[in-house]
Ligand binder design. Structure first.
Ligand SMILES: [Zn+2]
Length: 281
C-alpha cells in the first residue's frame, strides 16, 4: 500500500507552493488506494507557532484534501530522535562541534548542495561539549554502509552521494534533531512508502538514504515534484509572494476549484512550474 504525507513547518502561512505539494502527495496516495498523512514539523522551537497547525488543517480541508489518522507532531517524538542520535553516537559516528555558522563559512574550502561544506574542524577534538551541535562523521559513515542507491519516480535510480555534504549536523545546538534526522525517522515510523516533496530537497535524499542504512530503517521510494516559481525563477516563499492559502480561504475563494486548477497546471498569472531538480532559478 502506498503511504504519502504532507509535512509543513508551522513557521509561516501556507501558500500555493504548499498547496501544490500537498495535492501531489494526496493524489498519488488516493489514485493508488493508499493513505495520505499530515505531519507538523514543529521542532524549530524559536520559529514554530502553535496556532498555525490548526490553520494548516483548515487550509487542507478547504482544498478538499482529507488525511488519514491523527495529525503527527514532531514535538511529540523528541525521545525517538534522541535515541537515534544516541545509537549513532555509540557507533562512533557523531562528534560535537562548537563552531559558529560564521566560523564554518570562513573555514569552508568547498561548497556543497547546502552551501559551505564543513571542513571537519572539531572532528576528534572534543568528547563532549555543553551546548554543542553533533555532526555526522561522513567519511566513517559512508565507509560503514558502502555504496547506496535510491529511486525517484521521475528521475529513476540514483547513486547516493551524501559525501557531497560533508559532516552534516544531525543534532542542532537549538533543536533536538536536524531536519535530516527528524524527517527520516518520521517517515520510517509513520510507514511512509513514497516520500513526496519539492525538487529543492532532491539532494537531501542522499543524506536520508545514508541515515536509513545507518539506522536500519525501511527504504521508501521518492517522488520529487517540480516547484511553483515566480517569473524570475525563484520558488514561492512564505510572506513574500502573497496571498497565503488562509487569506484566500477567508476571502471566500473556492478551495476545491483552486486545487483542480493546480492539478490541471493552470497557475495564477506570473507563476509557473519549474522541473529543475535543484530548485535553483
Ligand atoms: Zn566545529
Amino acid at each position: 500500500m502506498i503511504v504519502t504525507r504532507f509535512a509543513p513547518s508551522p513557521n509561516g502561512h501556507l501558500h500555493l507552493g504548499h498547496a501544490f505539494s500537498a495535492i501531489v502527495a494526496h493524489d498519488l496516495a488516493r489514485e493508488a488506494g493508499g493513505r495520505f498523512l499530515l505531519r507538523i514539523e514543529d521542532i524549530d522551537g524559536e520559529r514554530s507557532r502553535a496556532d498555525l497547525a490548526a490553520e494548516f488543517e483548515a487550509d487542507l480541508a478547504w482544498l478538499g484534501l482529507a488525511w488519514g489518522g491523527p495529525v503527527v507532531r514532531q514535538s511529540a517524538r523528541l525521545a525517538a530522535y534522541a535515541a537515534a542520535a544516541e545509537s549513532l553516537r555509540a557507533g562512533g559516528l557523531l562528534y560535537p562541534c562548537i563552531c559558529t555558522r560564521a566560523e564554518v563559512a570562513a573555514a569552508a574550502r568547498m561548497s556543497g548542495p547546502d552551501g559551505p561544506v564543513y571542513p571537519g574542524t572539531c572532528r576528534g577534538k572534543h568528547r563532549h561539549h555543553e551546548g554543542a551541535a553533533w555532526r555526522l562523521d561522513m567519511a566513517a559513515a559512508v565507509a560503514r554502509t558502502g555504496p547506496l542507491f535510491w529511486t525517484d519516480d521521475l528521475a529513476g535510480e540514483q547513486m547516493a552521494r551524501p559525501d557531497l555534504f560533508g559532516d552534516v549536523v544531525l543534532v542542532r545546538k537549538d533543536a533536538p534533531a536536524s531536519y535530516h534526522l527528524a524527517a527520516t525517522l518520521d517517515d520510517a515510523v509513520d510507514g511512509v512508502t513514497l516520500v513526496t516533496r519539492g525538487a529543492d530537497l532532491f539532494a537531501a535524499t542522499h543524506i536520508h538514504r545514508l541515515l536509513q542504512a545507518l539506522l536500519a530503517l525501511p527504504v521508501p521510494r521518492w517522488h520529487h515534484h517540480g516547484l511553483l516559481v515566480t517569473p524570475d525563477g525563484r520558488k514561492l516563499a512564505k510572506r513574500r509572494d502573497a496571498p497565503s492559502l488562509a487569506d484566500r480561504r477567508r476571502a471566500g475563494e473556492d478551495g476545491r476549484a483552486l486545487a483542480d486548477s493546480l492539478r490541471a497546471g493552470r497557475f495564477p498569472a506570473g507563476i509557473s512550474l519549474s522541473q529543475r531538480l535543484d530548485g535553483e532559478p
